[in-house]
Design a protein around this ligand. Structure first.
Ligand code: ZN
Length: 334
């Protein structure tokens, strides 16, 4: 099987293929699953999807990437890597451009699938996830507890639009909060279904030229208090405090769209009037579905509830380990 290790400061590394997976600091050669992390540009060579490459340039500028090489790979087509390897990108369904990495060692046909952040549910904007069988599966388990089960997208979209309509009917301004890349585009697509005009934060507007071709993207304008009547605001959570609402101060209702909406305390933690469970990540049943479809011989879990999900997998007869915490010790104590 293909060896994967976790190094304390940089993260996941494939020693034989000489490739880092979403490293958290500068690396020689790295696969970048999507354009969320703000350290994506500093590797000497970054492999990613074409859209991720464009998003990296727009979000982080060319100054950071100037001397570095960002190499865009096609979807699904195997590409030679080093001596004796083939790699291919598969859509991960997490956000626009997000990719999984599938590797094959040509000498013996051993395979590995690294999911990066992903979800199996089809969203409104991200390319639908595609899985492939692999001997080794490195999977993201952010929501790896049985209580994390997301409702269907349709139900969440309807609840969001109801919140918007009620807020507008009260003569107030609805503010929907979600990260600039990924969540914001899903929110915009929902608002487009409802036919609502939108005002956005600059960080979202900046991405629009790249993402305008996505289905169901409404036109967006920057916020202007004087003409905001009947509009919906879409902002990243951290930027809302710096927003000068002018005459709208005290006349807004805010909602956060996040998978953490399933946690009862989330509304207070985020200081919003409402929370809706719209997530970019796989929920607990999807994690199991992933394992069934990939049929790996060994599973490694990363992010979130790695220990708990790996333990659940072992109870059902799968070989599974957390790559972030030491559950092999835990097992020997059991
Ligand atoms: Zn992400």
């Amino acid at each position: 099987m293909i060896e994967v290790v976790r190094r304390p400061r940089q993260g996941l590394f494939l020693p034989e293929a000489d490739l880092w997976l979403d490293p958290s600091s500068k690396a020689e050669r790295a696969f970048i699953s999507h354009a969320h992390a703000d350290h994506v540009a500093r590797n000497r060579l970054s492999l990613c999807s074409a859209l991720t490459a464009d998003l990296i340039r727009v979000r982080y500028g060319t100054s950071k990437t100037g001397a570095q090489e960002v190499r865009a790979l096609p979807w699904r087509i195997p590409v030679p890597w080093k001596k004796g390897w083939e790699i291919r990108l598969l859509p991960a369904g997490h956000i626009v451009g997000s990719a999984m990495l599938h590797l094959t060692r040509l000498s013996d046909g051993a395979t590995l699938l690294y999911t990066g952040d992903y979800k199996l549910r089809t969203g409104l904007t991200a390319e639908p996830c595609e899985l492939m069988p692999a001997d080794t599966l490195v999977m993201e388990t952010t929501f790896g507890l049985p209580r994390f089960v997301f409702p269907p997208l349709q139900a969440t979209s309807e609840a969001v639009l109801q919140f918007v309509n009620e807020t507008l009917a009260e003569g107030r301004l609805p503010i929907l909060l979600g990260y600039s890349l990924g969540k914001a585009q899903e929110i915009l697509a929902i608002l487009h279904q409802g036919g609502h005009p939108v005002m956005c934060h600059d960080s979202i507007l900046k991405l629009m030229p790249l993402l305008q071709a996505l289905p169901g993207m409404p036109e967006c304008r920057p916020f202007d208090a004087n003409s905001a009547q009947d509009h919906v605001l879409v902002f990243p959570p951290q930027s809302i405090r710096e927003l000068n609402l002018g005459a709208w101060t005290g006349k807004t209702r805010s909602a956060m769209l996040s998978g953490w909406a399933l946690e009862k305390s989330a509304r207070f933690r985020y200081r919003v009037d409402a929370m809706f469970p719209l997530s970019d990540h796989a929920d607990y049943p999807e994690l199991w579905e992933t394992v069934q479809m990939v049929r790996p011989r060994r599973i490694y879990t990363v992010h979130g509830h790695t220990l708990e999900f790996a333990a659940d997998l072992r109870r059902k007869g799968w070989e599974a380990w957390s790559l972030e915490r030491d559950d092999q010790l835990e097992l020997s104590l059991e």
